[in-house]
Design a protein around this ligand. Sequence first.
Ligand SMILES: Nc1ncnc2c1ncn2[C@@H]1O[C@H](COP(=O)(O)OP(=O)(O)OP(=O)(O)O)[C@@H](O)[C@H]1O
Length: 269
Amino acid sequence: MTDTTGTRPAFDPARPTPDATGLEAIALTKTYGDGPTATHALAGVDLRVAPGESLAIMGPSGSGKTTLLHVLAGILPPTAGTAMWRGRSLADLSDADRTKLRRSEFGFVFQSGQLLPELPADENVALPLMLAGVARAEATARARQWLAHLGLRGMEGRRPGELSGGQAQRVAIARALVGNPGVIFADEPTGALDQTTGWEVMNALTTACRAQGASLVLVTHDVDVAHWCSRTIQMRDGLVVGEQRQVPTTGATGTTGATGTTGTEGAAR
Ligand SMILES: Nc1ncnc2c1ncn2[C@@H]1O[C@H](COP(=O)(O)OP(=O)(O)OP(=O)(O)O)[C@@H](O)[C@H]1O
């Protein structure tokens, strides 16, 4: 399948490329503005996230974490370099195909506020399926299954304002996963929650990602949250400056993650 120019492969979720490799960033840079006020948010990031891998992105405020997440997810275009999903450069896709890819292959969980306040939980979760063309009855049935799976049986009809912060985040997780995406992008998903609720949400998020075989890319300031992932990278001034692999925390054992090896400069590939 090609785009209207006949030169560019269009995204076709039914036909992943044979060398499908998950997410990849090659020499990514992102500059906001220009001239003397330009901000170099990403200064050359190389990164791979394997299928099914969970990656935490940490670093001081302003180090480029959210920018990296947004460029990897195709929300923001890079200034230079390449962001790839399953061997395809996101920049090579038309806007329509990039939107299609985000809807079908990527799921998103943000700190808060991403649910539509006027819709009940089941309709919030069903929405991405309906946008992808799934009939309402089937979309709602699948949404309710996910809500039950995440411990929200009986809350399908509640609007976001009638849910606790942790319950609302689990609805958001259900919405992110209902379309069976290959990767979940999460930006401070527990940032608005207390520690206990944050633990429950991370348990739900990582368990669901593992069950689906989805990768997880998570931005956090909280080392305990990062420990739910199998790898952590540290960013500073738009660069990856360190990396640890770790045994992730799992709710099944209740253990916190133990750091395995500690990487050094630019060790993210
Ligand atoms: N839309 C924008 N326009 C201009 N500069 C921006 C924009 N978004 C981010 N920046 C700047 O880019 C740099 C990186 O921002 P980014 O939000 O990626 O950092 P971060 O590590 O996620 O920060 P935080 O932990 O505070 O959320 C910062 O200096 C920020 O001020």
